[in-house]
Design a protein around this ligand. Structure first.
Ligand code: GDP
Ligand code: MG
Length: 166
């Protein structure tokens, strides 16, 4: 199993924490460098039978300039080149305009999209269904995973599902 996975989501949803949880401490060092590089490799998950290259796609936010437009288009073309996309959202925050903007753009993406609802350690379990539905209304997801990147809850399961897809 090997392939490329793009991770997108608003700032602070927990993308770096997730990669640290899955791959280890090397990731933070990598992601702190080359902040301006587009489509940078964030980390590589390797086991005896699996290699998953995680790619950050910055620039999918509302553009305020033609350069911004260009960046968004560029990030979107990346999303169609990877094997699957992780769309990470924050379970503790309402779906915001940042999420809406990403969702609108994800509608143009043909690759399988995993909805990953992070920070479930901070919410009541009863709240989860409502969160899932609010996103499912708008987009078809290959799979939905509630996780805690911080505590590692459901992270091995998510990586396993990704690996099985590749
Ligand atoms: P990024 O901007 O998407 O890369 O987000 P970060 O990984 O930098 O995380 C932003 C903040 O959310 C940090 O303070 C993390 O410790 C916190 N965070 C990330 N994942 C979780 C989680 O699963 N549970 C909780 N409680 N906090 C989290
Ligand atoms: Mg980060």
């Amino acid at each position: 199993h090997s392939g490329f996975i793009a991770i997108i989501g608003r700032p602070n949803v927990g993308k770096s924490t997730f990669l640290n949880q899955v791959i280890g401490e090397k990731v933070a060092i990598m992601s702190d460098k080359a902040q301006t590089t587009r489509n940078k490799i964030q980390g590589i998950y390797t086991t005896t039978d699996t290699q998953i290259v995680f790619i950050d796609t910055p620039g999918i936010h509302k553009p305020h300039s033609r350069l911004g437009d260009f960046m968004v288009e560029s990030a979107l073309s990346t999303l169609n080149e990877v094997d699957a996309v992780i769309f990470m959202v924050n379970a503790t925050e309402k779906k915001g305009r940042g999420d809406e903007f990403i969702i609108k753009r994800l509608k143009q993406v043909k690759q399988p999209i995993f909805l990953v609802i992070n920070k479930i350690d901070k919410i009541h379990p009863d709240a989860l269904l409502g969160i899932v539905e609010s996103y499912r209304n708008e987009l078809d997801f290959a799979e939905v995973y509630p996780i805690s990147a911080l505590q590692g809850i459901n992270c091995p399961e998510l990586v396993g599902a990704i690996s099985n897809l590749l």
